[in-house]
Design a protein around this ligand. Structure first.
Ligand code: BES
Ligand code: ZN
Length: 678
C-alpha cells in the first residue's frame, strides 16, 4: 500500500525499528487514503517512556488441521451483520480435547465435532483469547486421531473497517445509497469472517455458499456452480461456488453487490471479467485488455498454466490497499482499475497496467506457491513488484516502463535505504501485528530492485528455468526464500543464496569506488566497496560488505556488458584487455545493480561525449545523475546545484553547462568529500 501511495502522492514512510504500539490514522486526501503512523509513548509519564512487553507469539497447534472448509455465509446488507455456518473436514493428528483456531470479532453460537462414522460431540466451552485473536473450543471427551467434521455456527458484523468481511458504500446511478459486502483478508483478517486456521502454511480447499438478495451479484474465488431460491425467504437466493484448489485463508474472497462487467477470453482459455460500478462497464475495458494480455504472458514465462477456470477483477468503492490478489477474484480500489477512455491520462493507464500485472503475477507467485510465513512476505511483494514491469514492458513496449522503474522504485529505494533508520528487507515476523509494519517501500521497491539485479546476474533463460522448477516443485504448497534461491542456484550454477543473503539480511547497500589506469593495450580498473550512508561516511566498527554482481561496458557498445564479475571482497582489480585509451569504461550498464558508483574525475569526464550524443542510455544517464546528486547532497544542501545538474544531464543541449556543472561537482565538492573520507 505504501508503494501505491507514494507513487501517487509522494509520501514515503520508512519503518521505525521501535517495537511499540502503532496508532494508524487514516486521512482521505483527494480520494487517496494516506496512512500516517505515529508511535505512542506511555500516556501518563512524560519523562519515563516504558515500552510495553512484546507479547510472546505462538503459532497455532498442529494437532488438528483443516482439509476442507464448507462455508456458508448470509450477509444482511441493511443491518450490517452476517450469519455463518462452517462445516470443516479436519484431521486430528494427536488425541486432544480442544481445538485452537483463529477468531476475531465473531460470536460462536454452537460448535460440535463428529469423527468420521462416529457420534457428534458438542463443544462445552468457547474460550476467546481476544488479544491473540484465537478461540479454544473445549470438548467433554478426547477427539481421537483420524478424520472428522467440525461444525460451527456463528454471527459477525459487516464492519466499516475495510478489513475482514466489511461493508462498502456506493451510490446507484439514481443516487440511492446502498452497501456491498466485500472482503480483505491479507494479512490476518480471514479470522474476522469465519473461525479458521489463519496462517499461510495451513492450506485447505474451500466450498463457499453465499445467501444473498436475489437482485445482487455474488462473486468468490471460483465459478458459480448452482444458484437456487433460498427456501426460507423468497427474496433471497443461495449461490454455490466450485471447490477451490488447496489454498491459504488470506486469499479467500467474496463480494456481494451490484456491478456491471465486461468479459473476454484469454488466448489460453481463461474467462476474464472486469466488474465495475453500475453504468461504468466501459471503464473496465482497458483493464480487461491488460488482463487478457497478461495471463498468457505469465503462463508462458513461468511455463505453468493459470489453474482456475476464471478470473474476476473488481473495483471496490471503499478499499484500504491499492489492490489484493485473492485467487480468482482480485479486488482493486477504483483508481487502480478503472480508466475513463475520454478523460484519462497516459500515467493512469500505465498505473492500471502495472497494478493488474502485479496482482496477476501473484496468482502464481504467492497463490499457487505461498510463503511459509510472513517473514518471506518481502519476496512475495518484491517479486511481484519487479515482474509487473517485465510484464508491462512485454505487453506495452511503447511505455518504456523500465525507465520509470529506475526513476521511481530504484532511486527511491536507494534514497530510503541510505538512511540510518532503514532495515533489512528480510525481517523476522512473529506476532501478526508485526506483519503490517513490513508492507513498506523497502519490501516493495528495494525488494523489486534486488530481484531485478538477480535476474540480470543470472540471465533470463536460467532465471526462467529456476522459476519453473520452483513453481512446479512447490505448487499447492508453501516455500521459503531459501527454496527459491536453491532452485535458481541449481538452474544457474551460481552462488545465489550467498549473493542474495548479503542483500536481504543486511540493510543498506555499497558505494562502489572506481579508478582506472591504461596499461599498454589494456585497461586496469581498481574497484572498492564501502557502505553508502546518507549521513556521511560509514563510521561503525566493522564496515559491512556485499557480494556485488558488477557488469562493465565500454564506449564500443554502451548498452551491452563486456565483462561480468562478482565482487566478493572489499577491493578487487580487473583488467579489460585490448581497450584503447580513447574508449571509456562504465560500470552497471542499464542501472540494474543496487549500488551507487563514485568514479574518478577522469572517468566521469570521459562520459561527457556519450551524454551529449545520447549514446548513453536514458537509464544510464539517470543513474549517473542520481549518484552524483546523492554524493553532493551528502555534503551540503545545494538545491541550486542539484537543479543545475538535473537540468544539464537531463537536457543534453547545453554542453558548456554540463562541463561547468561537472567541473564544479568534481573539483569543489567531490574533492572535499574525498578528503573527508580518507
Ligand atoms: N498483497 C498486496 C495487498 C496488501 C497490501 C494486502 C498490504 C494487505 C496489506 C498486493 O499484492 C499489493 O501489493 N498491492 C499494492 C498495489 C501493488 C500494485 C503494488 C498496494 O495495495 O499498494
Ligand atoms: Zn503484491
Amino acid at each position: 500500500m505504501l508503494r501505491f501511495l507514494s507513487r501517487q502522492g509522494s509520501l514515503s514512510v520508512v519503518r521505525q525499528v521501535i517495537p511499540r504500539k502503532t496508532i494508524s490514522l487514516h486521512l482521505r486526501v483527494n480520494t487517496l487514503i494516506i496512512r500516517y503512523r505515529t508511535f505512542s509513548a506511555t500516556a501518563n509519564s512524560p519523562h519515563l517512556v516504558t515500552m510495553p512487553e512484546r507479547r510472546p507469539f505462538v503459532r497455532l497447534p498442529t494437532d488438528v488441521y483443516p482439509v476442507n472448509y464448507g462455508l456458508c455465509l448470509k450477509p444482511d446488507l441493511i443491518d450490517f451483520t452476517f450469519e455463518g455456518k462452517l462445516e470443516a473436514a479436519v484431521e486430528v493428528t494427536q488425541g486432544t480435547n480442544q481445538i485452537v483456531m483463529n477468531c476475531a470479532d465473531i460470536d460462536i453460537i454452537t460448535a460440535s465435532f463428529a469423527p468420521d462414522g462416529g457420534e457428534e460431540i458438542n463443544a462445552t466451552g468457547f474460550n476467546y483469547q481476544n488479544e491473540d485473536e484465537k478461540v479454544t473450543l473445549s470438548f467433554p471427551s478426547a477427539l481421537q486421531k483420524g478424520s472428522g467434521t467440525l461444525k460451527i455456527d456463528f454471527v459477525g458484523e459487516l464492519n466499516d473497517k475495510m478489513k475482514g468481511f466489511y461493508r462498502s458504500k456506493y451510490a446507484t446511478p439514481s443516487g440511492e445509497i446502498r452497501h456491498a459486502a466485500v472482503t480483505q483478508f491479507e494479512a490476518t483478517d480471514a479470522r474476522r469472517a469465519f473461525p479458521c486456521w489463519d496462517e499461510p502454511a495451513i492450506k485447505a480447499t474451500f466450498d463457499i455458499t453465499l445467501i444473498i438478495p436475489k437482485d445482487r451479484v455474488a462473486l468468490s474465488n471460483m465459478n458459480v456452480i448452482d444458484r437456487k431460491p433460498y427456501p426460507e425467504d423468497d427474496s433471497l437466493v443461495e449461490v454455490k461456488f466450485a471447490t477451490t484448489p488447496i489454498m491459504s485463508t488470506y486469499l479467500v474472497a467474496f463480494v456481494i453487490g451490484e456491478y456491471d462487467f465486461v468479459e473476454s477470453q484469454s488466448s489460453d482459455g481463461v474467462t476474464v471479467r472486469v466488474y465495475t460500478p453500475l453504468g461504468k462497464a466501459e471503464q473496465g475495458k482497458f483493464a480487461l485488455e491488460v488482463a487478457t494480455k497478461t495471463l498468457p504472458f505469465y503462463k508462458d514465462y513461468f511455463n505453468v498454466p493459470y489453474p482456475l477456470p476464471k478470473i474476476d477483477l473488481i473495483a471496490i468503492a471503499d478499499f484500504a490497499a491499492g489492490a489484493m490478489e485473492n485467487w480468482g477474484l482480485v479486488t482493486y480500489r477504483e483508481t487502480a482499475l478503472l480508466i475513463d477512455p475520454r478523460n484519462s491520462c497516459a500515467s493512469s493507464r500505465q498505473w492500471v497496467a502495472l497494478v493488474v500485472g502485479h496482482e496477476l503475477a501473484h496468482q502464481w507467485f504467492g497463490n499457487l506457491v505461498t510463503m511459509e510465513w510472513w517473514t518471506h512476505l518481502w519476496l512475495n511483494e518484491g517479486f511481484a513488484s519487479w515482474i509487473e514491469y517485465l510484464c508491462v514492458d512485454h505487453c506495452f513496449p511503447e511505455y518504456d516502463i523500465w525507465t520509470q522503474f529506475v526513476s521511481a522504485d530504484y532511486t527511491r529505494a536507494l534514497d530510503l535505504d541510505a538512511l540510518d533508520n532503514s532495515h533489512p528487507i528480510e525481517v523476522n515476523v512473529g506476532h501478526p501485528s508485526e506483519v503490517d509494519e513490513i508492507f513498506d517501500a523497502i519490501s516493495y521497491s528495494k525488494g523489486a530492485s534486488v530481484i531485478r539485479m538477480l535476474h540480470n546476474y543470472i540471465g533470463d533463460e536460467d532465471f526462467r528455468k529456476g522459476m519453473n522448477t520452483y513453481l512446479l516443485k512447490f505448487q499447492h504448497k508453501n516455500a521459503s526464500t531459501e527454496d527459491l534461491w536453491d532452485c535458481l542456484e541449481q538452474a544457474s550454477g551460481k552462488p545465489i543464496a550467498a549473493v542474495m543473503s548479503s542483500w536481504t539480511k543486511q540493510m543498506g547497500f555499497p558505494i562502489i569506488v572506481v579508478d582506472q589506469e591504461q596499461q599498454g593495450d589494456d585497461r586496469a580498473l581498481k574497484i572498492s566497496q564501502k557502505k553508502f550512508c546518507a549521513s556521511g561516511p560509514h563510521s561503525g566498527e566493522e564496515c559491512p560488505t556485499w557480494m556485488v554482481p558488477i557488469s562493465i561496458c565500454t564506449s564500443e557498445d554502451p548498452s551491452c556488458s563486456k565483462m561480468n564479475v562478482l565482487m566478493e571482497h572489499p577491493e578487487i582489480n580487473i583488467t579489460i584487455p585490448s581497450l584503447s585509451p580513447n574508449k571509456w569504461v562504465k560500470l552497471n550498464p542499464g542501472t540494474v545493480g543496487f549500488y551507487r558508483i563514485q568514479y574518478s574525475s577522469a572517468m566521469l569526464d570521459s562520459f561527457l561525449p556519450g551524454i551529449r550524443d545520447l549514446t548513453l542510455l536514458p537509464v544510464d544517464r539517470l543513474g549517473l545523475q542520481n549518484d552524483l546528486f546523492s554524493l553532493l547532497h551528502k555534503q551540503a544542501d545545494m538545491q541550486e546545484e542539484k537543479n543545475r545538474i538535473e537540468r544539464v544531464l537531463g537536457a543534453i543541449s547545453a554542453p558548456e553547462l554540463i562541463q561547468r556543472v561537472l567541473n564544479f561537482a568534481l573539483s569543489n565538492v567531490w574533492d572535499k568529500h574525498h578528503r573527508k573520507c580518507k
